[in-house]
Design a protein around this ligand. Structure first.
Ligand SMILES: O=P(O)(O)OC[C@H]1O[C@H](O[C@H]2O[C@H](CO)[C@@H](O)[C@H](O)[C@H]2O)[C@H](O)[C@@H](O)[C@@H]1O
Length: 362
């Protein structure tokens, strides 16, 4: 009985996604106990946790088809254009874990990102500080943008409209030149003071941790009791009341304090495209950005790819139905890895343009 009910769900899922490897040929219990790491290169993964796929998810998948299933369609759409890959970090390249300091990516994921960056310009845009993301990822060919895009290192921008005050040239000890763009630089000293104050004010709320993301602050409340959450919010509001140049956004069990500079991950995406030479309406017809992210802050980047005059491929990472501007989906970091492995392999066999990006070594 249970088996046949599950078979119906699996069949519907197959119809919606083409996930043929999911169709059970063995008892449900055995099917569900398979590890998510048991996947075959480029295939679909089996999460450890019990699979709960409901009708809503199946309907949502029709609106946001799996980027694995539609991979070939994506490649067809990118024909004649330079693929550029943008990735979020937490929840995309690494699973969400309870301790933010331990959100490591696997070696397999690192290899997948590395293979992609061998063939396509690749950037990671994260809410974390740029240095911290680099410490997690450690790939030199990748460009990094931290603090939700407010700290971006890459080639020099081509567009002259960026304020020179926020652009800094740096060279590494191998003689490579880079430019760091930090449009929130004027806020730095205030953020440093706010960090001290937020820490002080939340010191007695059990479970709160504050993460210094350089141009923004994360107030983590994942381990705060539900009844104490109101206190966290009100302490953050008190600090913001004294600092009108800042606002707060909500992420995954985190309140993020950010300067009001009208700059987000979508702007960082456009900035990076500019640095790579896709800076005007003609050149933007020759680029095909892929953006993969899981959080509300990634919606700004999805929006650029939907409404910003640049055709691209926005992919949300989610295993539940979600309101999103993304057009495609992947269920979890494990599927992100499968997608990147497939893209890397396609790049190896087909891409004519190699990525010459290089992260400073000093
Ligand atoms: O833009 P992202 O790279 O996705 O960064 C967004 C925030 O991610 C991190 O927090 C989230 O992941 C943690 C580790 O899995 C988890 O413990 C936390 O609850 C999540 O909110 C990071 O710690 C934040 O600073 C980033 O802003």
């Amino acid at each position: 009985m249970v088996g046949s009910k599950f078979m119906n769900v699996a069949t519907k899922l197959y119809e919606a996604t083409g996930m043929q490897r999911w169709l059970p040929t063995k008892p449900q219990s055995e099917f569900m106990s398979k590890s998510r790491h048991d996947h075959v290169d480029g295939g679909y993964n089996m999460p450890n946790e019990p699979i709960t796929i409901d009708q809503n998810y199946i309907s949502w998948l029709k609106e946001h088809p799996s980027a694995l299933t539609s991979f070939q369609r994506m490649i067809n759409a990118s024909k004649g254009k330079q693929i550029v890959v943008f990735l979020d970090y937490d929840g995309t390249l690494s699973p969400i874990v309870s301790d933010p300091e331990r959100a490591f990516m696997t070696d397999q994921m690192r290899t997948a990102v590395g293979d992609v960056s061998d063939h396509f310009p690749t950037a990671i845009i994260s809410g974390r500080s740029r240095e911290k993301v680099f410490d997690f990822v450690k790939l030199k060919k990748v460009y990094y943008s931290g603090s939700h895009g407010m700290d971006t290192m890459g080639p020099a921008p081509k567009n002259v409209s960026y304020d020179n005050k926020y652009l800094h040239k740096i060279s590494d000890n191998e003689g490579n030149d880079f430019v760091v763009f930090q449009p929130a630089q004027d806020f730095l000293s205030t953020i440093e003071k706010m960090l001290i104050e937020v820490k002080e004010r939340t010191r007695n709320i059990k479970g709160v941790t504050i993460e210094d993301n350089r141009f923004c602050l994360s107030v983590h409340y994942r381990h705060v009791k539900d009844e104490d959450y109101g206190r966290v919010e009100s302490e953050v509001e008190s600090v913001l009341a004294k600092n009108p140049g800042f606002h707060v956004t909500k992420g995954n069990k985190v309140l993020e304090i950010r300067p009001c500079i009208g700059w987000n991950k979508g702007d960082a995406l456009k900035y990076l495209l500019d640095t790579l030479g896709f800076h005007n309406s003609t050149s933007s017809n020759h680029v095909f950005p892929i953006y993969i992210g899981d959080d509300t802050t990634d919606e700004d980047a999805f929006k650029v790819l939907r409404e910003g005059g640049i055709e691209g491929y926005p992919i949300i990472v989610s295993s539940t139905p979600k309101e999103t501007m993304a057009l495609h989906s992947l269920r979890n970091p494990s599927e992100v890895q499968s997608f990147l492995m497939r893209l890397g392999r396609w790049g190896f066999n087909n891409a004519t343009t190699n990525n010459h990006g290089h992260y400073p070594t000093s």
